[in-house]
Design a protein around this ligand. Structure first.
Ligand code: BV8
Length: 254
């Protein structure tokens, strides 16, 4: 399949950028075989909607079911591999003076692809902590059918993710908001742009004058206000963008 053609104006904006910001959503992991939230949950999970499971109330009401859902996702993610789109973002970081990568995903695939200093806006599947006091528990042995209890305070252990109705970690929110206000180019990749405050970052960047881009095979309402919209999967669009930027920099056309 030949490379996707990237608008020259976009290539020049990225190649000449001082600060590129990228926000990724579940669509970024789709080509790694990790289902998105909009996909029907497979098998056992077809009876639930993620918004019904990813809340503190759901965990308090039925810790075993919520924990089992996250164990199912940890198994799935542990078997998944980053794809060429993840690797393209890691490489792009080496071509521009500054790249801030914020992800809504909790699967750790960006780090496994080589990205550094990733802002995990919604936490990480493998960073467990206890429900009452937040004591971090690094090595919960797996498989682990039921939520363990915290050795320090005895409360149940929960996944170290941000649930609906929970605040984004302050440092992640501050870094993401500051970057959105400072970046020259903002790439929104693989997100339905429905969950806030993550979805607000693209508008912050646009209002601050950044060139904004949406990469999504199904354009969202943000595509209508973005500078560029690439209706393509991340695994095709990001390597094509990287190749075009590398060419522009090599030929001095940045
Ligand atoms: C907050 C971690 C306030 C867990 C996630 C009532 C009470 C409180 C808050 C609210 C409320 N009502 C509304 C809110 C705000 C709420 C919210 O936005 N709700 C939505 C549903 C309206 N937000 C919150 O609750 C946030 N917290 O507001 O706190 C507060 C403040 C101070 C003190 C206390 C409280 C917290 C939100 C975080 C929730 N946690 N994840 C877990 O993973 O289990 S959210 C989770 O869902 C994801 O992380 C992600 O953010 C979201 C799913 O969205 P996407 O990533 O975009 O995925 P989706 O499936 O939707 O779309 C995939 C896209 O990819 C599609 O467009 C598709 O076309 C595209 N695609 C498919 N294939 C590809 C592709 N793109 C590219 N390439 C491909 N190959």
């Amino acid at each position: 399949m030949q490379d996707l053609s990237i608008p020259q104006a976009l290539v020049s904006s990225v190649a000449g950028a001082r600060h590129v910001m990228v926000v990724t959503g579940a669509g970024m992991s789709a080509e790694s075989g990790v289902p998105t939230f909009r996909d029907a949950q497979t098998g056992l999970w077809s009876r639930f909607r993620p918004e019904e499971l990813a809340t503190p109330e759901a965990f308090e009401a039925d810790p075993d079911t919520v924990w089992a859902w996250y164990e199912w996702r940890r198994d799935l993610v542990a078997r998944a591999e980053p794809h060429a789109g993840h690797r393209a973002l890691a490489e792009l970081a080496g071509l521009v003076p500054r790249l801030t990568l914020v992800t809504q995903n909790v699967d750790g695939l960006h780090e496994r692809a080589g990205s550094r200093d990733v802002v995990e806006f919604h936490g990480n599947l493998f960073a467990n902590r206890c429900f009452l006091a937040g004591h971090a528990l690094r090595d919960v042995p797996r498989p682990c059918a039921k939520p363990p209890t915290c050795p320090t305070c005895g409360s149940l252990v929960r996944p170290g993710v941000v649930w609906f109705g929970e605040a984004i970690p302050e440092s992640a929110l501050a870094r993401a908001a500051a970057s959105a206000g400072d970046c020259d180019v903002f790439l929104s990749v693989g997100t339905s742009s429905l969950v806030y405050p993550a979805a607000g970052l693209a508008h912050l960047a646009r209002d601050a004058g950044a060139v904004t881009v949406e990469i999504n095979p199904e354009p969202t309402e943000f595509a209508g206000v973005a500078t560029h919209a690439l209706a393509a999967p991340a695994g095709r669009a990001l390597p094509a963008l990287l190749a075009s930027v590398q060419q522009a920099l090599a030929s001095g056309r940045a």
